[in-house]
Write a protein that binds this ligand. Sequence first.
Ligand code: NAI
Length: 671
Amino acid sequence: MEARQPRRSLQQRSRAKSQAIRRSRRAIKERGPSGGGVANVVGGGRRRSTVEGSKVRGTQCGALAALKRPRQIGKAPNNDDDDDEGFQAGCDHPREVAGRPQVVEEEEHSSKVKFANQPLERKKRQERLFYSEAPFPKPRPNKRRIQGEGGGENEEDLAGVMVSNEVDEVFRGAKTDLDKYLALRGLHARNPRAYRRLLVERTEEVLPYIYTPTVGEACQKYSNLDIETTGLYVTLEDRGRVLEKLRSWKNGNEVRAIVVTDGERILGLGDLGAGGMGISEGKIQLYTAAAGVPPDQCLPICLDVGTNRESLLEDPEYKGLRRRRPMGVEYYSFLDEFVQALRAWRPHCLLQFEDFGNHTAFVLLGKYRNQLCCFNDDIQGTASINLAGILAGLRLKEGAFSEQKILFHGAGEAGVGCGELIALALSTWHGVPLPEARKRILFMDSKGLVCKSRLSQLQDHKVPFAHDLEHAPDLLQVVRKHKPTVLIGVSTQAGSFTEEVLRAMCENCNRPLIFPLSNPTSKAECTFEEAFAHTDGRCIFASGSPFPPLTVPSPDGMGQGTTYHPAQANNAYIFPAVGYAAILTEASCIPDDVFLEAAKCLAGLSSDEDLERGRLFPPFSKIRETSAHIMAHLCQFFCDEGYGTKPQELRTGEEADWLQYVKKRMYNPSY
Ligand code: NAI
């Protein structure tokens, strides 16, 4: 903290600037909404599914191979073979294609907007229809103020925010997405309870402004915004007294979940230094929104170790440490002090590594995964959601998981991470030896098929997938020759799933799985519309970024036609549930098997009807129910496998089962 002292005058200056901004905002509010209101909310609704449309990288478990041979500590990543360039996170409009099916506004979207105006009770009744067993405990009417929360609010305030147009109210006068981000932060600061109601009950509407895509811009401008962090900075200057720093946190005894970043690779935006705090703050909200972790148990942390971004170092407003990032021993010993201090402070706390640079992410995961309850979402969560997509997709077609041949277009960290988890699944569930399982998975990178003849040039993480095959430079050639049944795009090469490629996929099987996962939308290997049109509607589809649904007119031109929904592979289905299950069972660590189980469970949660319409995952509006089921499954798994402890209430029979147990412990802002 001392290191920040000299900059106080700067902060004071920025505070003065902030006050001026606040005054002008008040003036805008007093003038009333400038046409933004409802229209903005509509926009927000449409973008709700971009929650995890971020750039996520990583190899994983199985990047085991890479983990076993970590790059030399402190050495820059090996770029011999690859294009390691970043890309922008965000949400673009889908490209227009002169296609056959008609693109329509998302059904759910319009019903959701109506839904937003329905009384709360009706909304709750609808939610309960999703799963009948073990309903959430009935919220009591909010008759009292909770001590210590939301200073200044009164019952009218709360009731006011609970009425139907609450989101419109909060966003009144906000013109840009960033304004909405700020408006939500403002509400959080003024009235945490009201904010948490929105977070939990209107998750889909507010999430695009709390998390991706807006959070990327917020991180870039973090030092220039009129905000006070809700998280904890631990800086290089805290060396030697990190434990003391952690202990200084206001709700220290409550903390059970931490998201930590060092800001080196924020989404696709690269090194944002201390601005990375925005990502920890954004992601931790998903723990509450999606899995019901009580907010007081959540702590976002940014390790401020400096930045290598010149523009930040030169920005007089930049509030982080003004130094370059340390490398090697200096960096890793600081991380070590942080992790050991955390273990001493909160021994059963969950730690999620988020948006670390690739070259440190694998080393850190490899080093700490068996020491404490931690995971890396970029690496492990991504792999799990993609495996879930494949398993759900296979419910729609003939042929077992073990019979699939999978081709990844792109062999970066995300792709190879997914490949490794799929191989682990084949080995764990079907008894296929791991090296044999990997042979069923092919990778292409910018230089063509990853194969044995390229071994000497390959990056570490690709080596286990360099099979003894003839090299081929071109995707179409590989599809025709090797006949994959699943095609996954993680190449960031827009349009690379051409009509010819998609038609060739249809020759390999009746219903090919086509997953163009590259983000943002402008990088997607194909659109939903293209995939649908060029496979004559036979593809099973999931994308990284959201696409609008398609309505195919009925053959006789009568009636409404049939609407198909593209699935979005969103990590938020996985990581909050994994994290809270680990917390509830006080798990000692989170092995890769947990991510297999999470994928398997999620893949079974969509109804057959939803699947037929393309929804490989339950709608995000049901995320709490979905998470509850995944958590119940994972809690059982943690305990059965000896990683976690069964709570007293279940041992004595005081509570019937895990589902009831987890639901009772999901935060409900009505209490
Ligand atoms: P990366 O930059 O590490 O890897 C990109 C890979 O694409 C490299 O192997 C590169 O060689 C390959 N590539 C580049 N040009 C190519 C070409 N012309 N043909 C074939 N391959 C080519 O990126 P990373 O982290 O692996 O992510 C890739 C994409 O996947 C990103 O757009 C990311 O947003 C997306 N993603 C989506 C997720 C989701 O939907 N949940 C999760 C993780 C990543």
